[in-house]
Design a protein around this ligand. Structure first.
Ligand SMILES: Cc1ncc(COP(=O)(O)O)c(C=O)c1O
Length: 464
């Protein structure tokens, strides 16, 4: 049959109603964004917001940073090829040079693999590599983890509700408790404080959980009776993000590193969200001494454009050519934007700045909400911050009240009214999450704190 006229679309259906019901953010953030600069975005009605979502942490330099815009414009002006798979280009070479210059010392003589441009694909690649090199299939992951939405990375992820509709995922994955300082599977934490700690030592709040979680790792990997055959890899986030902003204590990192090394199990640090300065250090894993065998990076390293890589120690370079492939492993625009972002984060000392600003920001959040029993804990590292909200009237297990997701949703809605975009996450989605660009100004953070305080107050007053 030959079509003489194109088929007509039902013109009454607005384009966005054609999107799948899996669409998620607009349900909680009903805005149509038309402009962005730095940490600010504007909607189609002319209202401006401070963007503490920042592409889920992908926009380390915010919207349209001049260095990134210039790098993109340069590619367009020079007519460089836009998509080159893994063929060499000067832009790709420059990206590799910029990244290797700043990697943790343990990986500086490692190898880089460009993956399909999502964090999930890079985690898949890391797992495939560890399985190939060790000849083992097992994987160790942690409760509360988030590693992506493919069927392999979902198997590693903690959130059960995302897996339960799907049936069997990647087999031979074992989850152990992550050492959280507030709501711990080990019960009450002797030194946990309602308003939490952001320190790196692991001896602050959560020290006991850290010790117990570490012992479980040692047992799982070292005891013949643990029931877990020696795994190919352990996969962990140095600060859990989607799981509710839980920093990994340095004490636990040391145990995880030594236990995996003893078991011949590779250690994969998923720094998709934490990488490139977000947590107040260039690499969150380096700051806690994790020394991974494989580092997984995406989000910020593409300067807001899609890019994902793994970097692994040279001894793991045992793959056949083409063992992990994908069409979009050579996006020139992303490589140029990424190289410019890495350079700028380092040049402007944005990691150190994130540390300073993050500490002050968390203190200010604690102050604005001081005495409010609905604040469970304020925690985070650098500019990766979360506030867990609780229902103080609920029966407290081990002294910790039930997490209150509807309160967090109401605060998120109210903050939008006050001109701030935030995300929620964690158990019951009760953690209000702040991931502003690393270039956010102190004045903008002050406004975020005040919007948070006003949102909490108005929810109490019943106006949500
Ligand atoms: C730690 C971590 N790993 C992996 C992913 C998955 O990345 P992507 O959404 O690009 O697949 C995310 C996304 O938020 C993440 O935070």
């Amino acid at each position: 049959m030959t079509l003489t006229t194109p088929p007509t679309l039902d013109s009454d259906v607005p384009p966005r109603q054609r999107e799948s019901s899996a669409r998620s953010y607009p349900r909680r953030l009903p805005v149509t964004l038309v402009w962005g600069r730095g940490a600010m975005v504007r909607d189609s009605g002319g209202l401006e917001y401070i963007d503490c979502l920042a592409g889920a942490g992908a926009l380390a330099l915010g919207h349209h940073h001049p260095a990134v815009d210039e790098a993109i414009r340069d590619i367009l002006d020079r007519g460089a090829p836009l998509s080159t798979l893994d063929l060499p280009t000067p832009v790709r070479d420059r990206f590799i040079e910029e990244l290797f210059r700043v990697l943790p010392p343990g990986l500086r003589d490692g190898r880089i693999l460009f993956c399909g441009p999502t964090g999930a694909d890079a985690v898949e690649a890391a797992v495939k590599l560890a399985r190939t090199v060790t000849g083992r299939s097992g994987l160790l992951a942690f409760g509360g983890a988030y590693h992506g939405m493919t069927q392999g990375t979902l198997a590693l992820t903690g959130r059960r509700s995302a897996k339960e509709p799907l049936g069997p995922l990647l087999p031979d994955v074992h989850h152990l408790p992550f050492p959280t300082s507030y709501r711990s599977p080990f019960g009450a934490q002797p030194r946990s404080e309602p308003h939490g700690g952001g320190g790196r030592s692991g001896t602050a709040a959560g020290g006991a959980a850290s010790g117990m979680a570490g012992r479980l790792v040692e047992w799982a990997l070292g005891d013949d009776l643990s029931g877990i055959a020696a795994p190919a890899a352990a996969v962990a986030e140095p600060v859990q993000g989607e799981g509710g902003v839980h920093p990994m204590p340095a004490m636990f990192a040391a145990t995880l590193r030594s236990a995996t090394r003893q078991a011949g199990t590779f250690l994969i640090a998923d720094e998709v969200q934490t990488g490139l300065g977000r947590t107040g250090a260039l690499w969150a894993s380096e700051a806690i001494g994790l020394d991974p065998d494989i580092l997984v990076l995406s989000k910020a390293i593409g300067g807001g454009l899609p890019l994902a890589v793994i970097i692994h120690k040279a001894v793991l370079d045992g793959w056949q050519p083409g063992a992990h492939a994908g069409t979009f492993r050579g996006s020139t625009l992303a490589l140029a934007a990424g190289a410019a972002t890495i350079r700028e984060v380092v040049r402007a000392g944005l990691a150190e700045r994130a540390d300073t600003l993050g500490r002050r920001f968390m203190e200010d959040l604690r102050t604005v909400a001081a005495g409010d029993p609905r604040i469970g804990q304020v925690r985070g590292r650098g500019l990766m911050v979360g506030v867990e909200l609780v229902d103080p009237e609920s029966p407290a297990a081990d002294g910790v009240p039930v997490a209150d997701g509807s309160l967090a949703a109401a605060v998120q809605r109210q903050m939008l009214q006050h001109g701030v975009i935030v995300e929620v996450g964690g158990g019951r989605d009760a953690v209000v999450r702040f991931l502003p660009p690393l270039t956010v100004t102190e004045g903008q953070l002050d406004r975020v704190v005040s919007a948070f305080g006003s949102a909490l107050a108005s929810v109490r007053a019943g106006s949500s």
